[in-house]
Design a protein around this ligand. Structure first.
Ligand code: PEP
Ligand code: MN
Length: 376
């Protein structure tokens, strides 16, 4: 990927002094009333929360006629939170005017939403408006699973001199309904972390899961993968929220989630080298898990093929098919720049296991039992 090394960012501990082991950004999806943001902020403080307070002031909505945020009117409410609680506040910006107002009202952190990250012109407009400002910027992944578009947005912000960057993984839209509201596609933030070791990457389990009961599991997974912090929508009365009611949680529930998360053991993490090593190992662990998952999927298909061959009385091994498989694997190996012999050896092993599975299924047919090769 040609983008590598083009981001000049600060490590999180060089600028975010939250004092917490796991930085968390919490607050409602939208600022609705002064009373709602104040009571949410106060309830957060009373649970011991010391992170950053978030609230959407301008809400880019997928469809018209939904609540589009209170706008400028809500900015003084956030100033009150800064003053009365000492928390830093974060809002979403989607154009130059939003940036100018965020700076005018001394908002501490801004974020670019998923529907804006997809648009390079909008991101550039925001970047230009941020020129000369020393404000941290969080960039949510674009709604589409496009890593380059996400990196491109980070680069645009970085190019105007902003080094306090956080990438926020909030999952990707799907056309079909799926378990979670957004598909996590974990491999995409993992690849981002692999390309830019140390780049602060947070997870937003609220928007990924879409339902409060799944927030913990998504948050835990992201922490296990080595993400550096969380953004979780928190509302004093989640069911009454004007936007994203299903995925918001109370300040108490947020606290329970934070307390229950298993954080990575950081004993070895005092030096930067060890930090990086730990981080890379976490990525490897997750890739290994994916490899095994993929192998399991392959073996399930092999069984179906075995069943089909058995029913249709087809021989297990067909040389042309085996040659075709090996040829395309060699081609993939060449395309991805990995050692051809290594790929061949792995495929021989995979094939051996396929033979085993199919011949176990076919054993009742004596004519097949002596076959030592299979092609699936
Ligand atoms: C939000 O954080 O409220 C929001 C609109 O998120 P996203 O841009 O991830 O949809
Ligand atoms: Mn929301």
């Amino acid at each position: 990927m040609s983008h590598i090394k083009e981001l000049d960012f600060l490590l999180l501990n060089e600028w975010l002094d939250s004092g917490e082991k796991l930085p968390v950004i919490a607050g409602p999806c939208s600022a609705e009333t002064e009373e709602q943001v104040m009571s949410t902020a106060e309830a957060l403080m009373s649970t011991g929360f010391r992170g950053v307070f978030r609230a959407g002031v301008w809400k880019p909505r997928t469809r018209p006629n939904a609540f589009e945020g209170m706008g400028i009117k809500a900015l003084p409410w956030l100033n009150r939170i800064q003053k009365e609680t000492g928390m830093k506040v974060a809002i979403e910006v989607a154009n130059a005017e939003h940036v100018q107002l965020a700076l005018k009202y001394n908002i501490d952190i801004v974020w670019i939403g998923a529907r804006t990250t997809v648009s390079p012109f909008s991101v550039q407009e925001i970047a230009d408006a941020l020129k000369g400002a020393d404000i941290p910027v969080m960039v949510k992944n674009p709604v589409s699973p496009d890593l380059n578009l996400w990196i491109g947005a980070l680069e645009r912000i970085n190019k105007v001199g902003i080094k306090k960057l956080i990438a926020v993984h909030r999952g990707f839209s799907n056309y079909q309904t799926s378990h979670y509201r957004n598909q996590p596609r974990w491999e995409i933030p993992i690849q981002l972390m692999a390309l830019y070791p140390g780049l602060p990457v947070f997870c937003d389990p609220s928007h990924i899961s879409g339902k409060r009961e799944w927030i913990f599991e998504v948050a835990q997974k992201s922490i296990g993968l080595g993400m550096h912090g969380l953004m979780m929508e928190t509302h004093i009365q989640p069911e009454q929220a004007w936007s994203d009611a299903d995925q918001q949680i109370t300040p108490n529930r947020l606290n329970e989630i934070i307390q229950s998360l298993r954080l990575p053991d950081d004993k070895a993490g005092t030096s930067q080298i060890n930090r990086e090593l730990m981080h890379l190992r976490r990525i490897i662990d997750s890739i290994d898990e994916e490899l095994i998952q993929v192998l399991a999927k392959r073996m399930q298909i092999v069984e179906k093929i075995g069943q089909n061959k058995k029913e249709n009385n087809i021989t297990i091994f067909q040389l042309e098919r085996w040659n075709e498989i090996m040829e395309s694997c060699r081609q993939h190996a060449a395309n991805f720049g990995i050692n051809l012999d290594f790929v061949e050896q792995i495929m021989q092993e995979v094939h051996k296991e396929s033979i085993q599975i199919q011949s176990d299924q076919i054993i009742p047919y004596p004519s097949f039992t002596d076959k030592t090769l299979s092609s699936d």
